[in-house]
Design a protein around this ligand. Structure first.
Ligand code: FAD
Ligand code: NAP
Length: 544
């Protein structure tokens, strides 16, 4: 796509006109469409995928499942939907979550306003008309008053920058774009590169099938047992009976997942009490039980060390070979500052005779070869390589679109030193343009369903306010945006997050500015701020 092509678009090219174009048909785009249509707006959803579900459409690797419990990781906007859908497991599998997404699309008849296998390439703001001109890779050019970017925070896959990657002749797979027909590794020599959440879920299952599995680990992760199990009919009935109150607690909570009681600080209790609390957190099978056990774990290094050491002691207990155990122990960043993981038999998998761990800190990969992978010490041959190497998170899918706002300024340029948003929802210079779970909102630090619903509701309310009051454009002011970015970054600096080379910090993508991308003020307080902005007539925005 070139500038010449995009600037020659005129209103004569238009094939359709909508109140809103929604980019993405994951949970965010689906709910946005439903809500806008219900409010009487016209909207069209575009997705590069062949169906709904976003994350759950693409990430079909073995073992893929949610790690926020299904009874939490689901929509709350319609009590009938909440009551009728049957989750079978504590942490549902990708196929079950995808079935849920399809059920939602059927139930609310979303299909008619969705277009698949269609990528949005450009969105340019036409200042004269006060509308966006949006272009797809299928030749559609449509006009919309509003553009909602429901493009996902973990939707632009990233491969390693390893020399020779294109020369490898065997089969290659990416966890983030797994073949729909599945992969049979029986009898194969398989490599997995990466040890993040996707690798931690897939490694135990690949190991069960492959003749031999070699795991290439650059940074070990802290993982806790998921304790997955079938859901019990009584617990489901109990939750269903209590859903309204429970969901409200989630909305007011810090992570979008209710944690009962006010946590103490780690050193307010005895060593024995702390260990007992960590043991309970370890057994809870809950992403935030251990890191949320004390109020200072994410803020105070000494407090954090106690939790980190507890998990390291578990790794040493589980893994038979002491050297492998040490290689699997994270030591150079605080627990919680890279996204924690929940697993099923991850550490125990390294006790299998057909599994080997290669610690890239000791022997880095030097190149990929036609046969396999070379490290500084060894040449490996593989039948298949699995890249579990993550995403250009939070900003990747936003800047991949050629978005041009007022004065033709490109979003990618505007964000060249890091993203600048107001509330993680809006960008100065880009009127009527919204980012669902955007940078500088709680987003990836939360149960994403709670954050998605909050953003969709806020955006829809904003559009209704504009319609009711005769406004055609809304744009946040540069001053309020800057104040929000500074506030978000100050809060981030008070935590331990900046100590890790994580995707939260943009550190996994070479050249990406190192800034703390999400907002750590907590889901509940953040929601209050957004509500207050709306109640004050969209404080911080210019309406015209
Ligand atoms: P997505 O589901 O990412 O959907 C975005 C869609 O936009 C994609 O289908 C993509 O194709 C489309 N798109 C992007 N750019 C364009 C474009 N230019 N043109 C057209 N289409 C475009 N979160 C949790 O809270 N709990 C969990 O347990 C959890 N588990 C996860 C497991 C995995 C494997 C991954 C990768 C993420 C997980 N997440 C989890 C985060 C997850 O991404 C969110 O929970 C949620 O599914 C995001 O929904 P979304 O609609 O915002 O984005
Ligand atoms: P990730 O957490 O970013 O992990 C990527 C892994 O690849 C890391 O171990 C990384 O090492 C490694 N890596 C990247 N480039 C490499 C290179 N050049 N050489 C060697 N190793 C390299 O990605 P992910 O596992 O896909 O998970 C992303 C996020 O999606 C998660 O954090 C989570 O939010 C979500 N998710 C959730 C679940 C779930 O349980 N429900 C499952 C999957 C994903 P470094 O750490 O050294 O960079």
């Amino acid at each position: 796509m070139t500038d010449v092509q995009t600037t020659t678009e005129t209103s004569d090219d238009l094939t359709a006109s909508y109140d809103a174009v929604i980019v993405g048909a994951g949970f965010a785009g689906m709910y946005m469409l439903h809500k806008l249509r219900w409010l009487g707006f016209t909207a069209r959803v575009y997705d590069a995928a062949g169906g709904v579900g976003g994350t759950w459409y693409w990430n079909r690797y073995p073992g893929a499942r949610c790690d926020v419990q299904s009874l939490d990781y689901s929509f709350s906007f319609d009590s009938e939907l909440e009551q009728e859908w049957e989750w079978t497991e504590k942490f549902s599998t990708q196929p079950e979550i995808l079935r849920y997404a399809n059920h939602v699309a059927d139930r609310y008849d979303l299909w008619q306003d969705m277009q698949f296998n269609t990528r949005i390439e450009a969105a340019h703001f036409d200042e004269g008309a006060g509308r966006w001109i949006v272009r797809t890779d299928q030749g559609d050019v449509v006009s919309a008053q509003h553009v909602v970017m429901a493009v996902g925070t973990l939707s632009t896959p990233k491969l390693p920058e390893t020399p020779g990657i294109e020369t490898y002749q065997g089969e290659t797979y990416q966890t983030q774009k797994w073949p729909h027909e599945g992969v049979d590794f029986t009898g194969r020599r398989v490599a997995v590169i990466g040890t993040g959440s996707s690798a931690i879920q897939s490694i135990p299952l690949i190991a069960e099938q492959a003749a031999h599995l070699t795991v290439f680990q650059r940074t070990p992760n802290f993982s806790m047992p998921a304790g997955n199990r079938l859901l019990d009919a009584d617990e489901v009935a109990e939750r269903r009976a209590d859903y309204p109150a429970y969901r409200q607690m989630a909305r007011e909570s810090f992570f979008g997942i209710p944690i009962p009681g006010e946590p103490k600080m780690a050193f307010e209790v005895s060593d024995d009490e702390r260990d007992a609390t960590y043991q309970a957190g370890w057994e809870a099978g809950n992403l935030v039980a251990l890191i949320g056990a004390y109020g200072d774990i994410l803020f105070d290094k000494a407090a954090n060390d106690t939790a980190a050491e507890f998990i390291r002691s578990k790794i040493r207990d589980i893994v038979d070979d002491p050297e492998v155990a040490e290689d699997l122990c994270p030591t150079d960043y605080p627990v919680g500052t890279k996204r924690p993981c929940l697993d099923t038999n991850y550490y125990a998998t390294f006790n299998r005779p057909n599994v080997r761990l290669v610690n890239l800190r000791k022997t880095p990969i030097t190149q990929l070869t036609p046969q396999g992978i070379d490290t500084s010490e060894e040449s490996f041959e593989f039948d298949a390589i699995v890249y579990a190497t993550g995403f250009d998170a939070m900003t990747g899918s936003l800047v991949a679109v050629n978005v041009r706002g007022v004065g033709g300024v490109e979003l990618k340029e505007a964000w060249s030193d890091g993203p600048m948003t107001y509330l993680g929802l809006a960008v100065s210079g880009f009127p009527n343009f919204y980012t669902v779970t955007g940078p500088q909102s709680p987003s990836v630090l939360s149960n994403m369903m709670v954050s998605i619903e909050q953003h969709v509701d806020w955006i829809a309310d904003c559009m209704v306010y504009m319609r009711d009051n005769g406004y055609s454009t809304i744009e946040c002011t540069p001053e309020d945006q800057l104040a929000w970015v500074e506030h978000s970054s100050e809060l981030g600096d008070q935590t331990l997050y900046p100590l890790a080379n994580s995707w939260y910090m943009g550190a996994n993508v070479p050249g990406k500015p190192r800034v703390f991308l999400p907002y750590i003020g907590g889901v509940g307080p953040y929601r209050e701020k957004c509500d207050q902005v709306a109640a004050n007539g969209y404080e911080g925005f210019k309406l015209a």
